[in-house]
Design a protein around this ligand. Structure first.
Ligand code: SLL
Length: 275
């Protein structure tokens, strides 16, 4: 971490959000995915676990390195991966079992942020709440994907880091043409103007997400809309249950009140009779 006095002040009342993906992909060994020589007899799958940008955009301008802590049965189970611009932070290996991967994110020095830990469960087998969901996961070579959309929030970032985060969007993989942006090459170094927000294009150094899904790019506004629809439907079901339960409760309370009053008048009647 850079010493705090070099980071400037914190930018108050400001939050910068950056989407990213944590995921794993596993494939069972088969003719289509042969076991490499030297891999242990009991290993059944090859797998990879990664942290990367949505649409494979660069995230190394805010994320410097990732430590993947694997299950202790995996040789050399703590893997440190340094960022390479535009490439995922990636670990590949083989094994026989599923486990929780401890994923520690190290931010760029200018951020002044401490590392943060998150988790990802490495899946080898199709999963889901229903048999149908599990079946839907099975692909041609038995590949199992467990990918999650995440958002990194930077609250009141330091001035120097805020400037890095907001230095300006550039098309994916864009490099200034000619030199390092000094002297003559300078005009050519300006990135083109931003695309129309509705175009669905995704640029580096932004929080953009694509308009629709494509193979290998499952997170988009389309996915978001489908998720919102599912949540609304679930909310409607939950509300219906609540109404039904409340109606039942009311009926029971009325019944209780009726029985109590019947009981009360019976006691009074008995009391009167006895006196
Ligand atoms: C289980 N909770 O007990 C899991 C642990 C561990 C899987 C699974 C090691 C591979 C290797 C491996 O696949 N470990 O020997 O390199 O089911």
């Amino acid at each position: 971490m850079a010493p705090p006095n070099q980071l400037g002040k914190r930018v108050k009342l400001t939050q910068v959000r950056r989407p990213f993906i944590i995921g794993s992909t596993a494939v069972p060994f088969s003719d289509a995915n042969p076991k490499p020589p030297g891999v242990a007899e009991n290993h059944t799958h090859s797998w990879k676990v990664f942290v990367k940008g949505v649409e494979d955009t660069d995230i190394t301008y805010w994320l410097r390195r990732v430590q993947f802590k694997l299950h202790e049965s995996v040789p050399n189970h703590v893997r440190m991966v340094d960022g390479e611009p535009g490439k995922p932070f990636l670990v590949t290996d083989t094994g026989w079992g599923e486990f929780d991967v401890n994923v520690k994110l190290y931010y760029v020095n200018e951020s002044g942020e401490k590392p943060q830990t998150t988790y990802h469960y490495l899946r080898l087998h199709p999963y889901g709440r229903t048999e149908e969901e599990k079946q839907a996961m099975i692909t041609e070579h038995g590949e199992v994907r467990s990918w999650a959309y995440e958002e990194q929030l930077f609250n009141e970032p330091f001035d120097a880091f805020y400037r890095i985060l907001t230095a300006g969007a550039v098309p994916k993989g864009w490099k200034p043409a000619g030199g390092k942006g000094k002297g003559k090459g300078r005009a050519a170094a300006q990135p083109p103007p931003l695309p129309d927000p509705e175009s669905g294009e995704v640029w580096d150094r932004t929080a953009m997400i694509p308009a629709s899904n494509r193979p290998g790019q499952p997170f988009s506004r389309e996915t978001e809309a489908a998720e919102i629809k599912k949540l609304k439907e679930a909310q409607a079901v939950a509300e219906e249950w609540t109404q039904k339960t409340l109606a039942e409760l009311k009926a029971k309370e009325e019944e209780l009140a009726r029985l109590k009053s019947e009981n009360g008048s019976a006691t009074t009647a008995t009391g009167k009779a006895a006196s």
